[in-house]
Write a protein that binds this ligand. Structure first.
Ligand code: MN3
Length: 222
């Protein structure tokens, strides 16, 4: 007799893309982000992007062999039958992978060359945070607000709809915040501005600094 809960989980669909486990507990950001939101967001929503992406590339081995940032930068060349899935689920996988990476407990403050770049390009930390929140508030419906970074280390704020990302222009993302309601609705309902303000407490600046160094070294991917 089968005991409920004892059956092994079904294997994930075969494919090149994988959902990494969250690198911290789902309770890490309470009260800024509640644990149920973290769990559903990572375990169900991000997993769905990964699964859909794997299904899409199943019969396209040339696409399956490409790094995700290259797929996204070359969407117009991708097979038309899977292009929309690559855009939405590929963008979703890249965006959420970055999102979990730039968050973390013990956030600290920007340091070193990153702090200097924020001063130089974004008018200092306070003005940057105000402008980033304002750009986030202006996004109509679902989307993301990002900080892009060039190979020269230059920073800029940029918003995108849906699961689009500056990776689709062949550029690189330093950090970004998810403005879909699933990212904040349980705690904030429609109060996106409050979520944007509270989200700063979840950012781990040491990890953002690592991404900044990787961007300058040309090794930052998604
Ligand atoms: Mn999301």
């Amino acid at each position: 007799m089968l005991v409920a809960g004892a059956a092994p989980a079904p294997p994930p669909p075969l494919g090149p893309f994988r959902l990494e486990p969250l690198p911290y507990p789902t309770t890490s950001f309470v009260p800024a982000i509640d644990a149920i939101t973290m769990q559903i967001h990572h375990d169900r929503l991000h997993q769905a992007y990964v699964s859909n992406l794997n299904v899409a590339v199943k019969d396209h081995s040339n696409v399956a062999a490409m790094p995700l940032q290259d797929i996204l930068a070359r969407l117009p060349e991708m097979p038309e039958a899977i292009r929309t899935t690559l855009r939405n689920s590929g963008g979703g996988h890249a965006n959420h992978t970055m999102f979990w990476q730039v968050m973390g407990p013990h956030g600290g403050k920007p340091g070193g060359t990153l702090a200097a770049a924020i001063d130089r390009d974004l008018g200092g930390l306070q003005k940057f945070q105000e402008d980033f929140e304002a750009a986030g508030r202006r996004v109509f419906a679902a989307g993301w607000v990002f900080v892009t970074v060039t190979r020269d280390g230059k920073l800029a704020i940029e918003a995108r709809p849906n699961q689009d990302t500056p990776l689709m222009d062949g550029r690189r993302v330093l950090l970004g915040n998810d403005l879909w309601e699933h990212a904040y609705y349980l705690t904030y309902q429609n109060r996106r501005a409050e979520y944007l303000k509270a989200w700063w407490s979840t950012v781990n600046w040491a990890k953002v600094g690592d991404r900044y160094a990787a961007a300058e070294a040309g090794t930052l991917t998604i």
